[in-house]
Design a protein around this ligand. Structure first.
Ligand code: 1PR
Length: 523
């Protein structure tokens, strides 16, 4: 029996699912006594250092945790579960950590996108049983803006390179903690967890000769989900956001099965978008939550969910906060949530008043779950103009003039799945959302969606220049070469596609095969 510490925020479901898939049972610690009596303890942490320590204190978990660590019984900390083992963090300077390891936690100070999101390698510094059965060349899934600075270098188990070398795992005795998420790292992650769950065996794991590690560009499979006219939840796919063909909603498969297929085919992440979320309210949409629950049972890469995440008042006058909707999604197995239409409204308000309210969905979700869990999905459409000052928006010079020979364009934000254009440009929206706490941008493009013409590189360049958070390029992938183009001609960290995968035109493995040796990827 494994005891798991659930302090109430983030996606512990994924960890439970991963452990159960390995044939073990999980007991969730409800009291300090559960911690003290645990034989093996896993502490998955997501969110922010300060709020996590406050919750641990309020639930009277701090002293039992410290006592458990001193007994040297098996312990596995994950992500924030590593960081809180240290004395303090610049994320919350006034808050004390558990102080088990001497050292501190600080924010990445680099000229690369932060958070560090995606699959990166590890330099193994000494043999450890948790790496038994691995080659040491595997990549693991990271998602964090802060990293530990360990004073006791003997405790450093692995390092990873991102701008500079940082500590990505630590071990002393039976206390092990990783910055990366084994439960989201596919089969190598499951192997590492399996090693932890079994009785520690002598380390036969590898020590890699460090040549530096590299963050892989991510290939993301996207599933646009909605009910068809018969009321079944289906994966559909639009052509410039029009998902109907001869009047009927295109049906390209079942969400749970397709997600599983993409995981097996090597997708680095999977995104579900409830594309009629603007009409319905997710908490009334139990089938969508069920899709997530079922998918997370056997898909061990990150899952993002979007559609309908906003404040909502039901017919009985009960108001729900977007944060509650997000919480339900996280509990059901999501690692990140994405907001589309509401992000535009929030940004418009922020632009008008110049003030953050602290109450918007973006601010609240990123405060509680960390900005790495808060994705903003943009649905822009290209609007041509004759000169850069024709409109009060961020205008770019385009290499593809408009129908009237216009040499400039701007990207108009839309809401409700492209049905309504707003007086706001995509560059401004992206900048404002970053300021409000978004940790990643999902950059769609209505003009390219479903066309197979390739990504809109001009749009992607404009947005990646404007923000320092990672950008997911989306819409228009038609050939493996398009992924190469987007990764070499822009700073996009990841590329998302739907139609070519659903229609089996180009499997994910073929895209990756094409990219091997040209672009860093997770094989
Ligand atoms: O506004 O917070 O409720 O979120 C709704 C979400 O649903 C938004 O993220 C929005 O992008 C998405 N959405 C709404 N309507 C549609 C539609 O297609 N009618 N889909 C829609 C957006 C775009 C991509 C697509 C790529 C790749 N789909 O996600 O998967 O363009 O396609 P391709 O590779 O086939 O070109 P809210």
């Amino acid at each position: 029996m494994i005891t798991l510490l659930d302090y109430g925020a983030g996606n512990v479901r994924s960890v439970i699912n991963a452990i159960e898939s390995l044939g073990q049972k999980v007991k969730v610690a409800a009291t300090g006594e559960d911690i003290l009596s645990a034989a093996k303890l896993i502490f998955p942490g997501v969110g922010a250092f300060g709020s996590m320590m406050r919750i641990l204190k309020a639930r009277k978990f701090v002293e039992p945790l410290k006592a458990y660590l001193l007994t040297d019984r098996p312990f596995l900390g994950i992500c924030l579960g590593l960081q809180v083992l240290f004395k303090n963090s610049t994320e919350a300077p006034d808050v004390e950590g558990l102080g088990f390891f001497p050292g501190t936690v600080k924010k990445f100070d680099i000229d690369l996108s932060v958070p560090h999101i995606g699959w990166n390698g590890i330099n193994i510094k000494r043999p450890a049983y948790i790496f038994n059965g691995l080659t040491g060349n595997e990549k693991f899934y990271f998602v964090h803006s802060y990293h530990v600075v360990a004073e006791d270098t003997d405790a450093v188990l692995t390092t990873t390179d991102y701008g500079y070398e940082f500590v990505s795992a630590i071990q002393t005795g039976n206390i092990i903690a990783t910055q990366f998420h084994p439960e989201k790292s596919g089969s190598p992650g499951l192997r590492l967890l399996k090693n932890f769950l079994e009785t520690p065996s002598p380390p036969s794991g590898p020590i890699t000769v460090s040549e530096g590690t590299h963050l892989a560009k991510r290939i993301i499979a996207c599933l646009d989900v909605r009910s068809n006219d018969q009321g079944d939840l289906v994966v559909t796919k639009g052509d410039r956001y029009d998902v109907r063909e001869k009047g009927a909603v295109r049906n390209l498969g079942r969400p749970v099965e397709l997600a599983r297929r993409y995981y097996e085919e090597g997708a680095d992440e999977i995104t579900f978008l409830n594309i009629t979320g603007f009409r319905n309210f997710p908490l009334n949409d139990m089938p969508m939550l069920e899709v997530l629950r079922k998918t997370s049972r056997n898909v061990f890469v990150p899952l993002t969910i979007g559609g309908g995440i906003r404040d909502y008042t039901d017919i009985n006058g009960h108001t729900y906060k977007a944060l509650e909707v997000a919480a339900e999604y996280f509990r059901s197995g999501a690692d990140k949530v994405s907001i589309g239409s509401d992000a535009v409204r929030i940004a418009e308000e922020y632009l008008k008043t110049g003030r953050k309210t602290g109450q918007s969905a973006i601010e609240e979700i990123s405060r509680v779950y960390g900005n790495q869990a808060m994705v903003v999905s943009l649905d822009p459409r290209r609007v041509y103009v004759n000169s850069p000052d024709a409109v009060a928006h961020e205008v770019i010079k385009t290499a593809f003039p408009g129908p009237g020979g216009e040499e400039y364009c701007w990207y108009q934000c839309t809401i409700k799945g492209g049905r309504e254009g707003r007086d706001l440009d995509a560059v401004t929206l992206a900048r404002l959302c970053e300021k409000l706490g978004a940790g990643e941008i999902l950059l769609n493009c209505i003009d390219r969606d479903g066309t197979n013409l390739g990504f809109d590189l001009e749009l992607i360049r404009a947005i990646t220049r404007a923000v320092s958070i990672p950008v997911i390029a989306s819409s228009g992938a038609g050939r493996a070469e398009h992924f190469y183009d987007v990764f070499t001609a822009t700073r996009a960290e990841s590329a998302l596609a739907a139609g070519i995968f659903h229609r089996r035109e180009i499997p994910i493995a073929e895209v990756k095969k094409y990219l091997v040796g040209k672009v860093e990827i997770r094989p």
